[in-house]
Write a protein that binds this ligand. Structure first.
Ligand SMILES: NCCCC(=O)O
Length: 753
């Protein structure tokens, strides 16, 4: 209802809700009142807006309390004059209560700061509009900051209020999507003791506060009491707290300095605006308004409030809508005199006009979305030195939060006590554990000695190639076995490479090379021993001995070994293509010491595959026949004593040795923890050293002794040779392994054709 005044102007009464006596609880919006009063003064003085009306606002203090909000609404309704619309409250606790009920009295309500996301629900709050946006929007800017500073691990401390519960729920969903983990989310009723203890225990470093400032002061005071502060802890708080919010008012427990010490260089997110200079409805710019606002504040005992600009704009939005509604009503021969709490017709007009709002306020262009609210930019502030500084802003419509985008204000930037942003977790000084050097040198010395010996044996094989002791033992096949052993020794160095390698790239190459080399050495050494044993077996289980021998020349055996090597290459290539072996960093776990420090057991480089067990199983299936059948053949030919196949017995012994060593090593390798690189190296180094050393010794020591004897006493050696000749020896002696029997007449009892 409007009332006539002497100057022929009609009064339009508006109910105003503000938070003044909040006893430092919740949010105090008192400072917005002077801005709204100033706007109403400006509107009433203008002739181009509501020229025939005067707006009068009737303030009620809701104290940011649901009970006082109800009381304030009842008083507005019961006490004449009739209000045609409502402005406020500023605090969500009160706004939700007022908005939930005011529509039953057909009252349009215009908010300027209440952030609760519940207020976006138009089924519950059909007549509630706001020139600000939902609180959750602020946290898009906060998430952008988390990405910007690579903070992937945060903690949340929340007040159990509708405003923060909603933000918390939606923030959790968004953080999950953004790959940021919430290590703990706590709230408290009276005492934040447990909250801080939990933050300490979880070693929280980045803490998002979803609370009104009184609770924040309590949290920070307790953090000080528990010594939970420092440059390594970063708080992210709502930016709409009152100026110098850490200054204690009616708050016992901590001094101003103590709370300041904890809050340090806190980051804050706050709904902001652009400095609009383009034809604003009021004709003012932000700067002009702020000058007037500061002057106006002198008439009140209220502190400056950052939502003053929104408050000023809300009054202009309402006045503009009332103006248009007056004109629309006029066309229907109606006026606000016809307004009553029981009649919906005028509020319907007013609502439809508000929905079409499109004006230039000092906080920017004002248009309401489907939820009857606005999406504003978010200021990012940081406490620097002794004041809050607006560092930049995040525009939800323009900036990509995943990329941590924001726009800096001219000349501003973040500052950090340590010169760089804190980390989201303590650097654990996770050192790379390398193979024990003593172990490496012991294993490598054995391998190096083996390598030299192997080269020496290759020389002996070559130098004495025409000597019967060497010639009769298939020197070319033995060279292949020595080459296999030689590569096994090289594998020892490669398996110990973790003593020096630090880069994953280099380690990946080593993983690939040593797998290939290990496989190839096995095939060369034991594939060749296998075929040699097989030849002995074939000869002595076949009556057509000479014929068999003629068919099993060294070159045939070499061809078989070559075939095995080809199969090896095909298998390793297929393996590498299907499931490439790579290096990965294995973290060896952490533990918390009794004094609360977290220590790491370090990390090691390991080779990895997706289907490790599968590939090694196939590998074992492909290699084990050499050993199993080799074992059988060695057993079958254990009594063969031929000068011409003079090493068959020793090859058999080598095969036993390999089988036994493999049977010990393989199960042990599954038992040993992969992180224990020393144990792994000791196991495989011993296997490779032992297997190749035994093989070389068994294969060559008897030959060298014999060779030494023959070289020392050729006659005795000749006699021994003759004496040793028996049924087949003389025959086999003339089998040169290359051209078969050169002289069949020297082999009269052989059934060679
Ligand atoms: N958006 C800041 C005002 C606090 C509140 O909504 O209660």
């Amino acid at each position: 209802m409007s009332t006539a005044v002497s100057s022929q102007k009609t009064m339009l009464h508006i109910g105003g809700f503000i938070e003044v006596n909040t006893a430092d609880k919740g949010w105090n919006s008192a400072g917005v009142q002077p801005a709204i009063d100033l706007a109403i003064k400006h509107i009433n003085n203008r002739t181009d807006i509501l020229p025939n009306h005067t707006i009068q606002i009737h303030w009620k203090d809701t104290k940011c309390s649901d009970a006082y909000a109800i009381k304030a609404l009842v008083e507005q309704l019961r006490k004449p004059p009739t209000k045609v619309a409502l402005i406020g409250p500023g605090c969500s606790i009160s706004a939700v209560l007022v908005a939930a009920a005011s529509h039953f009295w057909n009252l349009i309500q215009l908010g300027f700061s209440a952030g609760s996301s519940s207020l976006s629900d138009k089924r519950r709050f059909p007549l509630f509009f706001r020139v600000n946006g939902p609180e959750f929007t602020l946290y898009k800017a906060a998430v952008s900051l988390l990405h910007r500073f690579n903070w992937k691990r945060i903690a949340i401390v929340k007040q159990d209020e509708d405003l923060f519960n909603d933000v918390h729920e939606r923030l959790q969903t968004m953080l999950k999507k953004e790959g940021i983990s919430v290590i703990t989310a706590n709230s408290f009723v009276k005492d934040p003791d447990n909250v801080i203890t939990d933050l300490k225990n979880r070693r929280a470093r980045i803490i998002v506060i979803l609370m009104y400032e009184d609770k924040s002061r309590m949290v920070m005071c307790e953090a000080h009491r528990q010594n939970f502060f420092g440059s390594h802890i970063q708080w992210i708080i709502p930016g709409w707290y009152s100026k110098d919010w850490w200054k204690v008012r009616n708050f016992s427990g901590c001094s101003v300095e103590e709370i300041r010490r904890v809050a340090r260089n806190f980051l804050a997110v706050q709904e902001g605006y652009i400095n609009n200079t383009v034809n604003t409805l009021s004709g003012l710019t932000v700067d002009e308004f702020l000058t007037m606002y500061e002057a106006e504040l002198q008439n009140y005992s209220f502190p400056n409030n950052s939502y003053a600009v929104f408050g000023y704009d809300s009054a202009w939005v309402l006045a503009s809508a009332l103006e248009k509604t007056v004109m629309q009503l006029k066309e229907k021969n109606m006026s606000f005199d016809n307004f009553s709490y029981k009649s919906a017709s005028i509020r319907q007009e007013l609502r439809s006009v508000l929905l079409r709002t499109n004006l230039s306020g000092i906080s920017g262009f004002i248009k309401f979305d489907k939820n009857q609210e606005r999406l504003n930019m978010i200021w990012i502030k940081q406490f620097q030195g002794d004041k809050e500084v607006k560092v930049g802003y995040f525009d939800p419509e323009r900036h990509n939060l995943r990329k941590g985008e924001l726009t800096f204000f001219a000349g501003e930037n973040f500052t950090w006590p340590d010169g760089k942003p804190p980390k989201d977790k303590d650097p654990l000084n996770e050192r790379l554990i390398k193979t024990n050097l003593t172990l490496f040198y012991v294993m490598s010395s054995v391998a190096a000695t083996g390598l030299l010996t192997a080269f020496g044996l290759l020389f002996v094989n070559y130098h004495f190639r025409f000597h019967s002791v060497i010639r009769q033992s298939s020197p070319r096949l033995n060279n292949v076995i020595v080459t296999g052993c030689l590569l096994f020794y090289c594998c020892v160095f490669l398996y110990g490479a973790e003593a020096f390698v630090e880069s994953r790239g280099t380690h990946t190459v080593i993983c690939k090379v040593r797998r290939g080399m290990c496989s190839l050495s096995f095939t060369l050494a034991f594939g060749t021993m296998f075929v040699k044993t097989w030849r002995v077996y074939k000869i002595f289980t076949n009556k057509q001995l000479c014929k068999q021998l003629g068919m099993l020349h060294d070159r045939h055996l070499l061809a078989i070994v070559f075939g095995l090597v080809c199969l090896d290459v095909v298998y390793i290539t297929a393996w590498e293509i299907a499931d490439p072996i790579t290096s990965y960093v294995q973290h060896l776990g952490r533990e918390t010491t009794p004094d609360g420090r977290e220590i790491s057991h370090g990390k090691v480089l390991n080779c990895t595959l997706n289907y490790r067990s599968l590939w090694y199983m196939f590998w074992a299936i492909w290699k084990s026949p050499f050993l199993v059948i080799g074992l059988f053949l060695a057993w079958e030919t254990r009594n063969v004593t031929l000068a011409s196949l003079n090493d068959s017995k020793y090859i058999g012994m080598s095969v036993y040795n390999v089988v036994i060593m493999t049977l010990i090593t393989v199960p042990l390798s599954f038992v040993i923890d992969h992180g224990n690189i020393d144990a792994k190296f000791a196991l495989f180094g011993t296997l490779f050293n032992a297997v190749s050393t035994f093989t070389l010794l068994l294969l060559f020591v008897p030959k060298i002794i014999k060779l030494r004897d023959e070289v020392a006493s050729p006659e005795r050696a000749q006699n021994t040779n003759h004496a040793a000749k028996s049924f087949n020896d003389s025959c086999l002696e003339h089998h040169d392994g290359r051209n078969g029997y050169r002289r069949h007449d020297e082999c009269p009892h052989c059934k060679c054709s």
